[in-house]
Design a protein around this ligand. Structure first.
Ligand SMILES: Nc1nc2c(c(=O)[nH]1)N[C@H]1C(S)=C(S)[C@@H](COP(=O)(O)OP(=O)(O)OC[C@H]3O[C@@H](n4cnc5c(N)ncnc54)[C@H](O)[C@@H]3O)O[C@H]1N2
Ligand code: MOO
Length: 391
């Protein structure tokens, strides 16, 4: 049995970043950039008017002669002298000799002359060349998580594709004779299967959508076969249940038969003690304890960082925050604890119902309060750490 911090470290060390692929921009949302991106152009590429109005070469005069028009999408047709103006529109090129744009609301037009009521500051309403980004300047760094704005920004620089890290294909395998699909009639001795959908949506929150779900009964043969099948198609296997020491817990043996190499089995923690982590070349396998709250805790603390590392994230762990313990917390288990809690406004409340089978409290928690195995008692008001579940 290993300690929490060692388990976290072993996962970090044994998981590698996914392959890189060049991908067209409209398929890059929520992926992580695998390269620094430099702007191929100055943005904007020419001096642009920020408003509809008149481009002038500013002087003490309030009256200017309109000598032409600069229309958006076309090069500025003429240059101007002092006391001259060019009619101009938002986004249009400002003539090189103009230095200011007056908005049309501040101008009175008489024939081909304008009278300015309110002179702006010199250089007003002109977007400078390269104001947003200069040619060859780094626009986005490797590790950047691509959002809608990043896509617009990249397109605005004329870029139509970038290199990104692939997302892992993940499968969820549930084990157990007792499990019945929600929606069906419950029979004696059976319970509704809830881990697969819970893990699937947790993956969805991580923007992982290529997810396969497989359900097997408690037999060695079936467990072996499903693992073999999944190893052919998926980068990550999440197996739920069947990893403890009962007579019908076949997952460990089925993994051995499939030549999965054990990195660790059992972590000195509550919940989630029988957690298993293994590898087959670059494929990784987590066997999550079947108890629903254990499964989800292990997902947040161990699976999530592994997946984020694969996807190229630089911050892979849930954010850890500090808070004062709201009450005395004895820890006579000798194990590290992850307590379901509700945090906010620099306070935390430990919720009722900490058992591994209970999701009721988890459903109301946004934090996992962490007490290390070495800590036998936390005094009220002592500083403790929690994992923020808002990611
Ligand atoms: N003698 C011992 N017994 C147990 C130990 C131990 O050290 N010695 N460890 C306990 C701990 S801690 C945990 S956690 C569980 C883990 O057991 P398994 O991973 O083998 O999981 P199962 O036995 O298959 O199931 C446990 C529990 O969870 C329910 N379950 C399972 N899968 C699902 C699912 N997909 N959806 C909803 N609920 C599920 C299952 O019905 C059981 O109630 O072992 C302890 N035992
Ligand atoms: O690992 Mo278990 O989760 O303590 O019931």
């Amino acid at each position: 049995m290993i300690e929490v911090k060692d388990a976290i470290k072993l996962i970090e060390e044994n998981v590698s970043v996914s392959d890189i692929k060049k991908t067209e921009l409209n398929r890059c949302l929520n992926y992580v950039l695998a390269d620094d991106i430099k702007s191929p152009i100055h943005l904007p590429p020419f001096r642009q008017s920020a408003m509809d109005g008149y481009a002038i070469k500013i002087s003490d005069s309030k009256v200017y002669k309109v000598v032409g028009e600069s229309k958006t999408g076309h090069p500025a047709p003429i240059q101007i002298n002092e006391d001259e103006a060019v009619r101009i529109f938002t986004g249009a090129q400002v003539p090189d000799t103009a230095d200011t744009v007056v908005i049309q609301e501040h101008v009175e037009v008489n024939d081909n002359k304008i009278t300015i009521h309110k002179l702006p500051e010199k250089k007003a309403n002109i977007r400078k060349v390269g104001e947003q980004i200069k040619k060859n300047e780094v626009a986005l760094l490797k590790g950047h998580v691509i959002n809608e704005a990043s896509i617009g920004f990249l397109a605005g620089m004329g870029i139509d594709g970038v290199k990104i890290y692939k997302k892992p294909r993940v499968c969820i395998i549930t084990t157990g004779d007792e499990l019945i699909e929600p929606g069906k009639k419950l029979k004696p001795g059976k319970i509704y299967e809830s881990n697969s959908i819970m893990l699937k949506v947790a993956l969805k929150r991580l923007k992982i959508t290529k997810v396969g779900i497989f359900k097997v009964k408690d037999t060695l043969e079936k467990t072996k076969d499903v693992i073999k099948k999944c190893l052919k198609k998926y980068d990550v296997l999440l197996i739920s249940g069947g990893i403890s020491v009962g007579d019908y817990d076949y997952v460990k043996e089925a993994m051995e038969v499939n030549n999965i190499h054990e990195i660790f089995y059992k972590v000195n923690q509550k919940p989630g003690k029988p957690l298993y982590f293994g590898k087959k070349k670059n494929q990784v396998v987590f066997a999550l304890p079947g108890n629903p709250a254990s499964s989800l805790t292990c997902f947040y603390i161990y699976v999530l960082p592994a997946l984020r590392k694969m996807m190229g994230y630089s911050n892979i762990h849930l954010t850890k925050k500090k808070v004062k313990a709201p009450e005395e917390i004895p820890n006579n288990t000798g194990k590290s604890l992850f307590l379901k809690a509700s945090a906010g406004n620099n306070k935390i409340k430990i919720l009722e119902g900490q058992s591994s089978s209970i999701l009721k409290s988890f459903a109301h928690s946004n934090a996992l309060l962490y007490i290390s195995s070495e800590n036998k008692i936390v005094r009220k008001g002592e500083i403790v750490e929690y994992f923020d579940l808002n990611f």
